[in-house]
Design a protein around this ligand. Structure first.
Ligand code: FDA
Length: 302
């Protein structure tokens, strides 16, 4: 599925159809009206981080349009009184990191504009992590942003060999680190390959973050890892507001509500926008049952 996600022909075929009900399971909708409506509903018991979909942008105008979309969304979150429960997540490759020239500078300037707008309405920004070829550049940008906006969050992927060391470096006071397994197909030279190895690496990283002085953001739907996170939090003296459990919109929604009802801080990652293909394909790749469901819906279309 991750290979198919690179095919522009396949992408055109899939995106030309209507907004598929399965896409709607994982994506709020095409515009900020839908994103804000779903965020408002989710915030009755959870926190939210909204992602304006888009990645690997090679067109400057499109990168600027993405920044504008975030600025509009943030102003709206402020106006509608949602900014204390809803933050935003950004992908640097949507902001300019993949442009042919001055990529890092443009991505940094774009992210700065978004951070400024987020700070103005009283919310935060978390910088998503993409494939391993971008890790150093993304962490360098996060470091630069944190000079003026110390609340900017970073994402680390437990599957990468380097991540335990990155966790040590980023676990200082005031840091916000979202730990996920990693959604990209990575080579064995840089990443653990089997589910068991990735799970064990996740626990090692979690121990570093829970023992550190920042806010660990535990991004997984894996019930065993959630149990371990709860245990490690308790044994490091962390209360329910000293770490977050984070899950994707549409994945284990009942577990999300149950954890929130038990008093845990639960944050939902909520994507919206028309550029849903790459995100959606990664969600299909994570679960073969989703794939069978989607293939059936494609075949019965039209
Ligand atoms: P695993 O994949 O083992 O899933 C555990 C269980 O959760 C499954 O058995 C199933 O029940 C359920 N489940 C998981 N995925 C599902 C799906 N798609 N459909 C239906 N059920 C599913 N990655 C990345 O590389 N960079 C990033 O910036 C982020 N950001 C991010 C933010 C947040 C809040 C989350 C939760 C995740 C990410 N990820 C990410 C994605 C992450 O790396 C990983 O690919 C997915 O979370 C799936 O891994 P799990 O830890 O959930 O375990």
């Amino acid at each position: 599925m991750l290979a198919a996600a690179q095919s522009s022909l396949f992408r055109a075929a899939v995106e030309s159809g209507p907004f598929d009900p399965l896409v709607n399971r994982f994506v709020a909708g095409a515009g900020d009206d839908e994103a804000v409506a779903v965020a408002r509903r989710l915030t009755t018991d959870r926190l939210v981080t909204v992602d304006h979909l888009g990645e690997d942008t090679t067109d400057r105008a499109q990168a600027e349009a993405t920044v504008d979309a975030y600025l509009t969304l943030l102003r709206r979150l402020g106006r509608e009184g949602l900014a204390d429960r809803v933050e935003v997540s950004v992908k640097l490759s949507a902001l300019g990191q993949s442009l042919p020239r001055d990529a890092d500078k443009i991505a940094l300037d774009s992210a700065r504009q978004i951070c400024e707008a987020a700070g103005a309405v009283g919310t935060t920004v978390t910088v998503d992590m993409e494939d391993h070829t971008t890790t150093d550049r993304t962490l360098a940008t996060v470091r630069d942003l944190r000079v003026d906006y110390p609340w900017v969050g970073a994402v680390l992927q437990a599957m990468l060999h380097r991540t335990e060391a990155d966790c040590r470096e980023l676990a200082g006071p005031g840091s916000r680190v979202r730990l996920c397994k990693g959604a990209y197909a990575e080579p064995a030279s840089v990443a653990y390959q089997g589910a068991g190895e990735v799970g064990r690496a996740y626990v090692r990283c979690l121990k570093v973050l829970m023992g550190g002085q920042g806010l660990p953001l535990v991004a997984t739907h894996d019930p065993r890892l959630i149990e371990i996170a709860r245990f490690l939090a308790e044994s490091s003296g962390r209360g329910p507001t000293d770490y977050e459990l984070q899950m994707l919109y549409g994945v284990r929604p009942r577990a999300q509500s149950e954890l929130a009802a038990q008093g845990h801080t639960v944050r939902v990652y909520l994507p919206y926008g028309t550029e849903w293909f790459g995100y959606f394909m990664r969600r299909l790749a994570e679960r073969p049952a989703n794939l069978a469901f989607f293939a059936r819906s494609l075949l019965t279309r039209g």
